[in-house]
Design a protein around this ligand. Structure first.
Ligand code: PLP
Length: 412
């Protein structure tokens, strides 16, 4: 046992297991829950915390679910790994959207992208295996790596490089224990999008060193301006045998509550993850799978409409945030988040308080401006805030105006 490992108390003295006790609450869900509770208590809170589109699920998808409810076939257990017709449709959609050809046997349908990530890490990691995680990172990655016995190794990129890590940085973090590199583009929480050349360079570096890549493609259809989405295994086909793609219907079809995601990977990994799921949760809710089948088999008109609205809000929020002294907000090229640096505000006096870090600043903003934002600490990088711009245009403008007013009062 290393000197840093605290002694484990005898079994009878432990209540929550050490493994699960070490998991922290999802900070993003916590902020969202607090904002919703204040709102329910009648406070005019504006929430920038939620990571979900503010649009309803398209009607034709809901209709498919209603129909599925009436079909007795869907009242029963179905194969743990997903409805065969949905797996086939996901393979077809992957070829259509990413140019990546996979067989339906390489697909596992999961309870959302979150379960996909958890199961993917559980299927490839042994205790002590290291996973390189670019930071700022989405809060769930390190927790699911640790739950699987792995060790997250952070590589930080800041606003000066558009929050994109380089091959040189990744190489500096690689050790003989490195097994996986995590890749997400467009990114939560920064909205960063890697160019095709950058994506290919990282993929080639992974192949060169025999590393696995877990690539999270959940925001594939939310890119703006000249940015393009690139699927790493499509541009680096040599990665196929060591690449796990995570995706889902949540963000593309405004279906966060339906809980349907998937893993695409080599057959042995998909089989192992399916075995795990068969004991953990069995099949994903059949009604939600039927809705997802209609979603992925249909066109992309609904997401095109959302993209137009998000793009408009993205421009507004970036402009308004950059008008605040002490805030530096790069323009994100994807997803629906901005990730401004607020380092210029820390230690300044605002309404009698001097927030020392971004957790304290976010708390002050919620108390004084009734605006909910997520502090950068949740994503491994203090000194920043994450704001989701997946909220109505009027709320967005009102919320950022309140920030301008409050933070404009900052004094030395
Ligand atoms: C980067 C990223 N991956 C995966 C997910 C998981 O989405 P879900 O579990 O809702 O399908 C999210 C949700 O916020 C996300 O931001």
């Amino acid at each position: 046992m290393s000197a840093a490992t605290p002694p484990v108390p005898p079994a009878t003295d432990r209540r929550v297991s050490v493994r699960v006790g070490a998991i922290s609450e999802s900070a993003t869900l916590a902020v969202d829950a607090k904002a919703k509770a204040l709102k329910a208590a009648g406070r005019p809170v504006i929430g920038f915390g939620a990571g979900e589109p503010d649009f309803p699920t398209p009607g034709y998808i809901v209709d498919a679910a209603v129909e599925a409810c009436r079909n007795p076939k869907f009242h029963r257990y179905t194969p743990a790994g997903g409805l065969p017709e949905l797996k086939a449709a996901i393979a077809a959609k992957t070829l259509r959207d990413s140019g990546y050809e996979v067989d339906a046997s390489q697909v596992l349908v999961t309870n959302g992208g979150k379960q996909a990530i958890y199961e993917a890490f559980a299927a490839v990691l042994d205790p002590g295996d290291e996973v390189i995680v670019p930071a700022p990172y989405w809060t769930t990655y390190p927790e699911s790596i640790r739950l699987a016995g792995g060790v997250p190794v952070e590589v930080v990129a800041d606003e000066t490089t558009g929050y994109r890590v380089t091959v040189e940085q990744l190489e500096a973090a690689r050790t003989e224990r490195t097994k996986v590199v995590l890749f997400v583009s467009p990114s939560n929480p920064t909205g960063a999008v890697y160019s095709p050349a950058e994506t290919e360079a990282i993929g080639r570096w992974a192949v060169e060193h025999g590393l696995w890549v877990l690539t999270d493609e959940i925001y594939e259809h939310l890119v703006y301006g000249d940015a393009v989405f690139t699927s790493m295994p499509q541009v680096v086909p040599q990665l196929r045998e060591k690449c796990i793609v995570v995706n889902g219907v949540a963000k593309t079809y405004a279906m966060t509550g339906w809980r349907v995601g998937w893993i695409i990977g080599p057959k042995d990994i998909v089989k192992a993850a399916t075995n795990l799921q068969s004991h953990a949760t069995s099949n994903v809710n059949n009604v939600a799978q039927a809705a997802a089948l209609t979603a992925v088999s249909g066109d992309l008109d609904a997401v095109a409409e959302m993209r137009t609205a998000f793009d408009r809000r993205r421009r507004t929020i970036v402009r308004m945030l950059n008008e605040i002294d002490g805030v530096v907000c790069p323009t994100p090229e994807g997803a629906f988040y901005v990730y401004p640096s607020v380092k210029g505000l820390l230690g300044k006096e605002i309404r009698g308080k001097r927030p020392a870090d971004s957790v304290e600043l976010a708390a002050l903003i919620l108390d004084e401006a009734e605006v909910a934002v997520v502090p950068g600490e949740a994503f491994g990088t203090p000194g920043y805030l994450r704001l989701s711009y997946a909220l109505g245009d009027d709320d967005l403008a009102e919320g950022v105006s309140r920030l301008q007013k409050l933070l404009g009062e900052a004094q030395d």
